[in-house]
Design a protein around this ligand. Structure first.
Ligand SMILES: Cc1cc2nc3c(=O)[nH]c(=O)nc-3n(C[C@H](O)[C@H](O)[C@H](O)COP(=O)(O)OP(=O)(O)OC[C@H]3O[C@@H](n4cnc5c(N)ncnc54)[C@H](O)[C@@H]3O)c2cc1C
Length: 279
């Protein structure tokens, strides 16, 4: 018999998490699939389960001058209802699954699942978002790229819960988001990419580009970014930028796509954003 708790407060949730080493369960849209049994039977969840969906403190979204804080337990639908949700995150979340699933699924679950194909992750990398982790000892904050340590692995300790994302707002500029999948709805990505460019006085003052599903974790194409920063759009040597980006792109073949397709599509996405910048 699996023990479980559906607490209403974060402190109660942390107590159970710590005492039982209970597994957090937010929307369950990854967990129910991972532990599914035969058709018509319940999923075989292992170990104590901590249901988080009634903990209000995990669902809060608050907007400040320079950052937005998004509760890890806010559903994707709740996020989309927030008028101040940053554009890049909105575009990614709108393309996750379908409305029924977005009513349950959370960004906390998307990130803690730690799939390199998690669609909310490339925008979080571009925003240089922070994750706030809470345990009975207090809170600690990590960069999202420090939190995600490999495919399916994170820096979450077994007495911690992901409480919230602190997402620095981007100053005005151009953003880019591209999801490549078999179909528009209910399809996991073959690849997704997010980009941002800020321009001032004819020069690109900031340039960021991240890609998911092309390496063990989502990656920022830092060498390519550095080549673009400081130059004017019409002076960008696109071939040289693509060459600088290539070593970061190390995809694998799997059931959704081939490594070759992913490698080429990631570079096409970067090229597409650079072409938009040059228009
Ligand atoms: C039909 C279908 C379509 C899908 N389409 C997409 C898609 O297009 N793009 C995409 O990226 N994903 C997709 N997914 C995957 C999934 O829906 C998302 O990853 C979703 O955001 C997971 O959120 P959740 O709240 O349901 O996570 P859960 O299943 O509840 O949890 C996932 C993992 O996160 C952990 N966790 C959850 N919350 C916390 C917390 N606060 N603190 C610590 N650990 C936590 C859990 O222990 C578990 O390991 C799809 C899934 C299905 C079934």
């Amino acid at each position: 018999m699996v023990s479980s708790l559906r607490p209403k407060s974060l402190s109660e949730a942390l107590e159970f998490r710590t005492a039982e080493k209970a597994r957090p369960f937010a929307g369950g849209t990854d967990l129910m699939v991972r532990y599914r049994g035969y058709s018509g039977t319940l999923p075989k969840l292992e170990g104590p389960i901590l249901f988080l969906d009634a903990v209000q403190e995990l669902k809060e979204i608050s907007v400040g001058k320079s950052e937005i804080t998004i509760g890890a337990g806010a559903t994707l639908t709740q996020m989309l209802a927030c008028g101040d949700l940053p554009e890049l995150i909105r575009r990614a979340v709108e393309l996750i699954a379908a409305p029924g699933l977005r009513n349950r699924a959370t960004m906390g679950g998307n990130v803690c699942n730690a799939s390199p194909a998690g669609d909310s992750i490339p925008p979080l990398y571009v925003h240089e978002a922070l994750v706030v982790l809470v345990s009975p000892e207090g809170e600690r904050t990590l960069r999202v790229d420090e939190f995600l340590t490999g495919p399916g692995t994170t820096a979450l300790a077994d007495n911690e819960i992901l409480k919230a994302f602190r997402v620095p707002l981007l100053s005005s500029g151009l953003t880019y988001y591209r999801k490549v999948g078999t179909r528009r709805a209910n399809a996991l990505s073959k690849l997704s990419a997010a980009g941002y460019a800020a321009l001032e006085g004819g020069a690109i003052t900031d340039f960021r580009f991240s890609v998911g599903a092309v390496a063990p974790t989502v990656v920022r194409l830092t060498e390519a970014e550095e080549m673009v920063r400081g130059s004017s759009p019409d002076r960008i040597d696109i071939d040289a930028v693509l060459e600088a980006a290539a070593p970061r792109i190390r995809p694998i073949d799997d059931q959704r796509s081939t490594a070759d397709y992913r490698r080429q599509t990631a570079l096409n996405a970067l090229q597409e954003f650079l072409n938009i910048l040059q228009k």
